[in-house]
Design a protein around this ligand. Structure first.
Ligand SMILES: [Zn+2]
Length: 417
């Protein structure tokens, strides 16, 4: 019976010579399955440096790896991990076929961790499910992200989007660089911080993956002066487009400021923040009722909201020739509104005029950037923030990097006995 069991597990584990299953134990106490793997004395192994297959074992160390659960039971592999003495490379630790160097998990266990997280679980949920500390899980995720990123090809990238996000509100910002190509729609690089150095780090990473700064023709970003100066310095060929989402966000913040000031004298504006931040098509029924009641009053908030929605209308024009006079007119109107917050926002827009108008030529899709942002926000919400910036960066690559994860399987052992 033990012989048949051992053979069964040898096949299940995909073990090849000289590896055999030498012992199987089921601990009824701990409800755990333990498998011992071994090799006969005189076995030959491959040198991990040069691959020559006739190296004898020099010595060995007892090691344990966590493997896929056997039904609901935790299972562990135990083996002597040999070191070989290669005539050319000296004493080297043999790479065992069921695990990668330095990991306490088998390759199949690591694959299942990756699958859980790629399938939508948070790292914390996956860690709970497999009953491991999430620090160990993160280490595995980081390894596979690094490995997949090393293979990523950025040689065709010509249009990029730049945006920032944080580990939690107001803390530990990272800058996300995305490939805006409709077919690709992927995160290329995540840099710590949100200054011009982040742009420089992206340039280095892009070029390390076969891309070229000179090849970047279009860049979509918000009006952050750090990103603008970073892009001008490191991507001199890129035409800058200030994306519509951030322009509307700027005006939305201005409207909100107007409302907050005005509610001191007009208490009916209290609690109406989202009535003004939303648009005609996405107000709730209740918000729409409040809007209908207040829109006919002589309120600065009403005029500011109108300015905001007219600005939005400019982006329905097909051509720059039609949009530009419209926007100039809007600017005149906004700067003569006698609403300080709107005047300031209009002046900010005027200062970035070329990049605001560039959209009508580049038509650069902020939809791609928004979609990627949606994935990141959803991952952040599910995780309720991240313990470290490194974890946030890893998760962004997992959910939006479109990386090609070579999911580990048991590689056939290539050496002979
Ligand atoms: Zn060697």
């Amino acid at each position: 019976m033990q012989n048949q069991m051992r053979e069964l597990f040898r096949v299940a584990l995909g073990l090849m010579e000289p590896w055999v299953v030498s012992r199987i134990e089921f601990s009824t106490e701990g409800q755990e399955l333990h498998l011992w793997i071994d090799f006969p004395s005189g076995s030959r192994f491959a040198c991990p440096e040069c691959g020559r297959t006739d190296c004898g074992a020099y010595d060995s160390t007892e090691r344990t790896w966590r493997h896929l659960n056997f039904f609901q039971h935790k299972s562990f592999l135990h083996a002597r991990q040999p070191r070989v003495e290669c005539p050319d490379h000296g004493v080297k630790t043999v790479v065992v076929p069921w695990s990668r160097p330095g990991s306490g998990f088998t390759l199949l266990m690591e694959a299942s961790m990756l699958v859980l997280v790629l399938g939508g679980m948070t790292a914390a949920q996956a860690a709970t499910l497999i009953d491991e500390h999430d620090t160990r899980l993160w280490r595995v995720l980081q390894h596979y992200v690094e490995q997949a990123r090393a293979e990523a090809d950025f040689s065709q990238v010509t249009a990029i989007g730049v945006d920032e996000t944080s580990r939690r509100r107001g803390y530990n910002y990272v800058t996300v660089f995305a490939d805006l190509d409709e077919e690709q729609r992927r995160v290329l690089f995540v840099a710590e911080g949100k200054d011009a150095r982040a742009v420089e780090a992206f340039k280095e990473d892009l070029e390390a993956h076969g891309g070229s700064a000179a090849q970047i023709e279009e860049a979509c970003l918000d009006m952050s002066s750090a990103f603008i100066s970073g892009l001008k310095a490191h991507f001199p060929e890129a035409q800058l487009t200030f994306d519509n989402f951030h322009l509307m966000q700027l005006l939305g913040q201005a409207v909100d400021q107007v409302r907050r000031e005005e509610q001191r004298t007009h208490p009916e504006l209290k609690g109406t923040r989202y009535v003004w931040l939303k648009n005609d098509w996405n107000r709730t029924e209740k918000q729409a009722r409040v809007f209908e009641t207040l829109r006919t009053r002589h309120l600065a908030t009403v005029r500011a909201t109108h300015l905001k929605s007219v600005f939005q209308d400019a982006f329905a024009f097909e051509d720059l020739e039609d949009a530009e006079p419209f926007l100039k007119h809007w600017y005149f109107w906004a700067t003569h509104s006698r609403i300080p917050a709107m005047i300031r926002a209009a002046r900010t827009i005027r200062k970035h005029w070329a990049g605001v108008l560039r959209w009508f030529t580049s038509r650069i899709s902020n939809g791609v950037l928004e979609a990627i942002n949606g994935l990141i926000q959803s991952a952040k919400r599910k995780a309720r923030g991240f313990r470290s910036t490194a974890y946030l960066i890893t998760m962004v690559y997992l959910v939006a990097g479109k990386l090609d994860f070579k999911l580990p399987t048991l590689a056939p052992v290539t050496h002979t006995k």
